[in-house]
Design a protein around this ligand. Structure first.
Ligand SMILES: Cc1cc2nc3c(=O)[nH]c(=O)nc-3n(C[C@H](O)[C@H](O)[C@H](O)COP(=O)(O)O)c2cc1C
Length: 158
């Protein structure tokens, strides 16, 4: 396989950008992700590629729950704020306000929408684990166009 072409071809896969959050007690991990897709209607399932050496993955393995915060088209700044470690100060994560749901899910106030998942299966094969989550609750703050990876000029894949 030609490595250069492989990179180009795999980077032609279309993605959105999201903030994945997990919480155990007072500890919260949050990270920007793009490897996400719905993969079943009934039950409603999503699959996410989660970096195995990330804090998000460590917490997700313990809690078997996670929340996906969907970014709006003008929220590149929020995506950027969650590339690194998560710093919690009172009700903010990396300076963005959050609230917790009845399921103890962590929701960023500024994001237009979110969904909460329970982990159904983990396929542990590569440097990222494929986490299959069942969508158990959803929330819509305001309906707007989501942020697409292509418009950011960033790449994660290839
Ligand atoms: C553009 C971009 C897209 C990313 N997509 C993913 C992804 O799909 N899955 C993932 O696990 N990490 C992804 N990351 C890396 C995480 O954002 C990063 O590892 C995480 O926020 C670090 O958090 P930690 O404190 O949990 O280790 C991406 C990073 C960038 C710059």
């Amino acid at each position: 396989m030609d490595e250069q072409i492989k990179k180009k071809v795999l980077r032609m896969i279309s993605y959105g950008l999201y903030i994945l959050t997990t919480k155990k007690g007072e500890e919260i991990a949050a990270g920007t992700i793009n490897w996400l897709s719905q993969c079943s209607f009934k039950p409603p399932l999503v699959m996410v590629g989660v970096k195995k050496d990330s804090n998000s993955y460590r917490l997700l393995l313990e809690t078997k729950r996670f929340t996906i915060n969907i970014l709006g088209k003008d929220q590149k700044n929020i995506a950027q704020a969650f590339f690194g470690p998560t710093k919690r100060e009172n009700q903010t994560l990396n300076q963005y306000e959050f609230y917790t749901t009845k399921n103890d899910g962590v929701v960023l106030k500024d994001c237009p929408a979110f969904f909460e998942c329970t982990v159904k299966h983990i396929y542990d094969e590569g440097d990222h684990a494929v986490v299959i989550g069942e969508v158990v609750d959803v929330g819509l703050h305001n309906e707007q166009e989501p942020l697409y990876m292509l418009t950011t000029g960033w790449f994660y894949g290839g």
